[in-house]
Design a protein around this ligand. Structure first.
Ligand code: ASP
Length: 428
């Protein structure tokens, strides 16, 4: 059985049991699912622990084997351009849908007050996190780490990527004998990490069951009702981008059949859906690109960690809809100029968002401020917080799909011949 089928079974099973507990009001089952969520968190820790060894080892081996540093510059340039353009397209889709459907128009005054009261405190703590976040200059400066070990310890991927590339580039010019010793070591680390991922993935269906079960069992379905149009608009936009935009890209830029491509990569977006974290999914994303799509290590090890950190189409699309939704509720008319600003700031805010759960709602504050909605930030965040977890799940799977699509496009543009593997196991 394919990995994605097993994960899907866990996901559907968890959703059904959670829904029965929630809708049927079976409190003991709700509590049980809430308590065993810790097993899901243990699984997330397990996969996250592979991120640093895998990213460092695969990127180092990938960079050192490039031979030509100009190639790295070329891949880097193309990847950044691709990420920015697709994110801007995602924001535009979000804005288009929110303008046409007007999800904020039907929300009653009563719902607004209820949601603001219920989530006001929570929204305030998110604002505190945002206030303590570093500014643009510091963020840019932090790409160059003073201490790469600390970057690794903090799971700060961007500085770690920077250091590893520099190190890999320098490695190519030392005497072959020593270079090979270092490379052999990191080859071993890379292969061992891959074996570990395969072991950990055996647990994925059970972990997904628990994670989804506890989310669904404790989800406020009453909230979904009052925020239904908003939730549908975000989900529809994400679906359109994931299937429409990426479908066209896969067909015309990667030269692959989207109907075959999606099932091959499905395990990664499904895991992203269950964990709400691009970072936690990264080991599986890298292995999927290499083993299932045939992307080279050189491309996958660079494009995917970078993507998990800066490429978040789903997050940007969601932010665009959220800003318009909040503006519509407060009767604020955002014209073309403001919406152009949203395209820019939502693209940048998604770059700044970390690949961890709920990061997008914090950087949303930047987008709200950029169009003069500063006074509505706290209340606005409170309005949408109730359904954020479920939207986070969907947008994270789009983020990961975007990264995988990019890896295929860049690999093809570098003359690699992609082959969708027929193997069922990741390790085959
Ligand atoms: N959870 C998302 C991710 O990891 C980020 C976000 O939109 O909150 O990709």
């Amino acid at each position: 059985m394919q990995l994605y089928t097993k994960i899907l079974i866990g996901l559907i099973g968890g959703a059904v049991v959670g829904a029965v507990a929630n809708i049927g009001g079976i409190t003991w089952l709700q509590n049980l699912l809430g308590n065993v969520e810790i097993l899901g968190t243990a699984f997330i820790n397990l996969i996250t622990m592979i991120v640093i060894p895998l990213v460092v080892a695969s990127l180092l081996v990938g960079t050192a084997s490039l031979g030509d540093l100009r190639k790295l510059g070329r891949i880097g340039g193309k990847t950044l351009a691709y990420y920015m353009v697709t994110t801007a397209v995602a924001v535009t889709i979000g804005l288009g849908l929110a303008n046409v459907i007007q999800p904020g128009a039907g929300v009653s005054e009563e719902t607004r007050i209820e949601l603001t009261e219920r989530y006001g405190g929570d929204a305030e703590s998110r604002m505190d996190i945002a206030e303590n976040a570093p500014g643009w200059k510091d963020t840019l400066l932090r790409v160059i780490p003073r201490n790469p070990v600390r970057a690794a310890a903090d799971m700060d991927l961007l500085p770690l990527i920077f250091f590893t590339i520099c190190f890999g580039a320098a490695l190519t010019v030392i005497v072959p004998e020593r270079k090979n010793a270092v490379l052999t070591f990191f080859h071993g680390v890379n292969d061992t990490s891959m074996v570990l991922i395969n072991w950990i993935m055996e647990l994925a269906p059970y972990a997904v069951f628990v994670l989804i079960g506890s989310v669904v069992a404790n989800f406020g379905f009453d909230l979904l009702q009052s925020l239904l149009t908003y939730t549908i608009v975000v989900a529809a936009g994400l679906g359109l981008h994931a299937l429409g935009t990426y479908g066209l890209i896969v067909r015309f830029l990667a030269g692959l059949n989207p109907l075959k491509f999606y099932p091959k990569i499905a395990a990664a977006p499904l895991l992203a859906f269950s964990t709400s974290s691009s970072n936690a999914t990264l080991p599986l994303t890298i292995e999927t690109a290499e083993k299932k799509v045939g992307v080279s290590k050189q491309v996958a090890s660079f494009v995917l960690p970078l993507g998990a950190t800066i490429n978040m189409d789903g997050t940007a699309l969601y932010q665009a809809v959220a800003v318009l939704f909040i503006a519509q509720i407060y009767g604020i008319d955002l014209g073309l100029a403001e919406q152009m600003i949203i395209v820019l700031t939502a693209t940048l805010a998604s770059v700044g968002a970390a690949g961890v759960p709920s990061a997008g709602i914090i950087t949303l504050i930047i987008v709200l401020n950029s169009v003069g909605m500063g006074e509505h930030v706290q209340a606005g965040i409170a309005l949408i917080l109730g359904v954020d977890r479920i939207l986070d799940m969907i947008r994270t799977s789009v983020n990961v799909t975007g990264d995988l699509t990019c890896s295929a496009v860049i690999a093809r543009s570098e003359g690699e011949s992609l082959t969708l593997s027929t193997a069922t196991a990741l390790s085959d």
